[in-house]
Design a protein around this ligand. Structure first.
Ligand code: EPZ
Length: 435
């Protein structure tokens, strides 16, 4: 298994380009199921979850061309025939987001068999809200042998009120509704930019959607969708992670190709702790002129502080003067990074959903273990300021959602290298699901 070896202590300096958003690209790839025409997506990040989704679509009968580098991080997907509308366990177990194919498969083919995703490192991750809403649209859903089977000749519009805000649930149902008969009104929807990005693609494919990005979305179902071309928006969590990298190392970093509007809550917190963020239309420059100060964060649905930035902020809080309280409200078990940070010298006490981070602690290098995508990112950030050489094991977690993070960081001065083979097939079976 690959490991990262990181020697801390270098302030990061220079310019770093942000990739396309994994959590937008995944639903947008699933949306290609809704048409027999070609869907072309640009700014696709070169991360492992995207490759998993490609395999998933191919296993169902889709033609998927995926190219990086000179191929401009692009994918072309054609689901002319979906001969096998089944999301197999072998694929679903490595990527939670596979439940995103449920809605589009029923909408397009009238039937879907999707392996139930198991639990994962950050919590139970049920999909009951997807199921309840699809049933309200007329789908008959049964569960057997670890698979959900859903059938509906044609879904019909419904009034759906999500009991809880769910990002992929909103996306899944949006994709189901666009081909349903009649109007669907969805309330208490997720307002994440990834939902808006998906809606943009669906509208380009001929869907009639109003209100994406607000908590009420209205969809008027159409008979058929056509192909479209769409550019995936920048990854706000990769951006936030590198903002923290600049801040924690006392560096001077400029992130380009990003969208500062999607990061208001994160930027506000960084400013509160003493980080200078200079914003332009599609770039952010980050510097830390003085000492970092403590601040409290409490994760919330968008536009609140994202759960996907909680672990990274905690790494930063270890370097701030005073005690920061970090409250995780979205997932019940998203403090897996705490014990590893403690092994590096951090002082953190967890009480239920809140962690008290006592700063400022000098961190020292240690051998640590990545447990999920964002937890891994927080260990990389901590290692960048730790004294000595940190070894992070199981970096396949980070490869699922960050495009060549070690190359990007090395480009701005970090002393980081990968040891082991990149993307070895055998690791896939050992992957613990987090997205
Ligand atoms: C998405 O997961 C993201 N994944 C996650 O990013 C992110 O952490 C999360 O949203 C929250 O922002 C993708 O977009 C692929 P939810 P998702 O449904 O949609 C509960 C990363 O690091 N819930 O919004 O699966 C659930 O247990 C990943 O990139 C139900 O109870 O999250 C959680 O407590 C990790 N029943 C809460 O809702 C359901 O049917 C929010 O989950 C669905 C969700």
């Amino acid at each position: 298994m690959d490991k990262f070896v990181i020697r801390g202590g270098t302030p990061l300096q220079g310019t770093l380009r942000i990739s396309g958003a994994k959590n937008s690209a995944l639903p947008c790839m699933a949306a290609a199921i809704l048409t027999e025409d070609e869907v072309a997506l640009e700014n696709i990040p070169d991360v492992r979850d995207i490759e998993t989704e490609r395999k998933l679509l191919v296993s169902m009968g889709a033609e998927v061309e995926l190219g990086y580098g000179r191929a401009h991080h692009r994918t072309r997907i054609r689901c002319a025939l979906l001969s096998d509308p089944v999301a197999k366990y072998e694929i679903v177990k490595t990527m939670r987001a596979s439940s995103l194919v449920l809605g589009p498969l029923i909408a397009r083919t009238g039937m879907a068999r999707v392996a139930m995703p198991g639990g994962c490192a950050i919590g139970g991750r049920p999909i009951d809200l997807h199921i309840k809403a699809l049933q309200a649209m007329g789908a008959e859903i049964t569960q057997e042998h670890g698979y959900l089977e859903a059938r509906a000749k044609r879904l019909r519009g419904a009034h759906i009120v999500f009991d809880k805000i769910t990002v992929t649930g909103t996306e899944d149902l949006l994709m189901a509704a666009v081909l349903a008969e009649g109007e669907t009104r969805m309330e208490n929807c997720a307002r994440e930019p990834e939902v808006t990005d998906l809606a943009k693609l669906l509208i380009a494919m001929g869907a009639q959607i109003e209100g994406a990005g607000t908590s009420t979305i209205r969809v008027r179902g159409v008979e058929k969708l056509h192909g479209a071309k769409h550019r995936i928006h920048p990854d706000r969590i990769e951006t936030g992670t590198f903002l923290v990298a600049g801040a924690i190392t006392g560096g001077d970093l400029t992130l380009t190709g990003c969208n500062p509007d999607h990061l208001s809550a994160v930027i506000e917190k960084l400013r509160e702790v003493g980080v200078q963020c200079d914003l332009a239309a599609d770039s952010i420059r980050v510097r830390t002129p003085g000492r970092l100060r403590c601040a409290n964060i409490s994760t919330e649905e968008y536009p609140g502080f994202p759960t996907d930035m909680q672990a990274q902020f905690m790494a930063l809080a270890t370097q701030a003067e005073g005690t920061s309280l970090v409250t995780e409200n979205i997932f019940e078990n998203r403090f897996m990074h705490v014990q590893e940070l403690i092994r590096m010298g951090a002082h953190i006490r967890v009480d239920g959903r809140t962690a008290a981070v006592l700063g400022r602690s000098p961190l020292s290098a240690a051998a640590v273990m990545a447990s999920d995508l964002r937890a891994s990112a927080s260990l990389v950030l901590a290692a960048l300021v730790a004294e000595g050489e940190t070894i992070i094991d199981r970096v396949y977690h980070i490869d699922r959602g960050y495009e060549r993070i070690e190359e990007k960081l090395r480009g701005v001065g970090a002393k980081i290298r990968r040891i082991g083979n990149v993307f070895r097939e055998s690791e896939e079976t050992a992957v613990h699901v987090t997205a």
